[in-house]
Design a protein around this ligand. Structure first.
Ligand SMILES: Nc1ncnc2c1ncn2[C@@H]1O[C@H](COP(=O)(O)OP(=O)(O)OP(=O)(O)O)[C@@H](O)[C@H]1O
Ligand SMILES: [Mg+2]
Length: 266
């Protein structure tokens, strides 16, 4: 399908938890890539630190800088979330913040590589946890390459205010880099303002709203058994539908013959 990026303005609204919930309920082959420069947390959290040796984007970056081995090493750096099917794979994020220095100069390279995964055989969607935009070295090239960028926010006023500033920063960057419009969507989490209010105040469509579900979130954060019937898992599973609809509309728009003019923006 495409690159789907998740990012937040500040605080910890639930980007990683949401990305993992989506990954565990996704219906197509998927790589969940932890590209948060401040560190990955799924290995040590949900997976309980069960791996023997370092694995993930930090190792890939070091290898790529050393001898250009990203392509050959990529698949060996993934963790199968659904073993042995290899349909839902995790690319763990950096563990040591010092590793972030190797990763951040390579965001362009990773963005290109992720784009190729959707054209591979078999194709993989790539769901990217981009962390917070306010940290040093955010993965801008991945956000620009993404077909959908989900701006994750809590639905309360202080978070919405920070998210509004982030939207302006992202829009400025996208205009400067000629990113086609229509990729940004809000993804509010938990109680607070209503969907319509949020969309109107932030002048951006809300793709869905995820429920406050501390029990499930705790399992996704610290490990345990995920129950498919829980509200967060059901909502995360349902999120794929509007994402796919958005992608289909974008694809149709990009394929529109120039001679027929440009249809309405999505
Ligand atoms: N839908 C939810 N309902 C209840 N609690 C949640 C939900 N999503 C996340 N949480 C909780 O909020 C906390 C932060 O979640 P998470 O680590 O996913 O945030 P984040 O945005 O990735 O943060 P950071 O920017 O620090 O990486 C965790 O304790 C998690 O369990
Ligand atoms: Mg996170």
């Amino acid at each position: 399908m495409a690159i789907i990026a998740l990012v937040s303005a500040k605080g910890s609204p639930g980007v990683t938890t949401t990305a993992l919930a989506c990954a565990l309920t996704w219906h197509r082959r998927l790589v969940l890539a932890e590209c948060d420069p401040s560190g990955g947390s799924v290995l040590a959290g949900y997976l309980g630190g069960t791996l023997d040796g370092p694995r993930g984007i930090g190792e890939l970056a070091v290898g790529e800088l050393r001898d250009g081995s990203l392509e050959s090493a990529f698949w060996s750096q993934l963790v199968d979330l659904d073993a042995p099917r290899r349909e839902r794979l995790l690319l763990p994020g950096v563990v040591d913040p010092a590793q972030a220095g190797s990763v951040t100069p390579l965001w362009h390279r990773f963005a290109d590589f992720f784009l190729d995964l959707e054209r591979g055989q078999p194709p993989y969607d790539v769901l990217v946890d981009c962390g917070r935009l306010q940290v040093a070295g955010p993965p801008w090239p991945i956000l620009r390459a993404a077909a959908v960028v989900l701006l994750v926010t809590r639905a309360k006023l202080p978070d919405l205010s920070a998210t509004r500033s982030m939207i302006r920063a992202v829009e400025r960057d996208f205009t400067e880099h000629r990113v086609p419009p229509g990729t940004l969507r809000l993804l509010p989490i938990g109680d607070g303002h209503g969907r319509g209010e949020i969309s109107k105040a932030l002048r951006l469509p809300v793709i869905a709203r995820l429920p406050e579900d501390p029990r499930t979130a705790q399992v996704l954060t610290l490990g345990g058994t995920v129950r498919a019937g829980r509200p967060l898992m059901r909502a995360a599973g349902a999120l794929e539908v509007p994402i796919r609809a958005l992608l289909d509309r974008r694809r149709a728009r990009l394929a529109w013959p120039a001679a027929q003019g440009v249809p309405d923006a999505v």
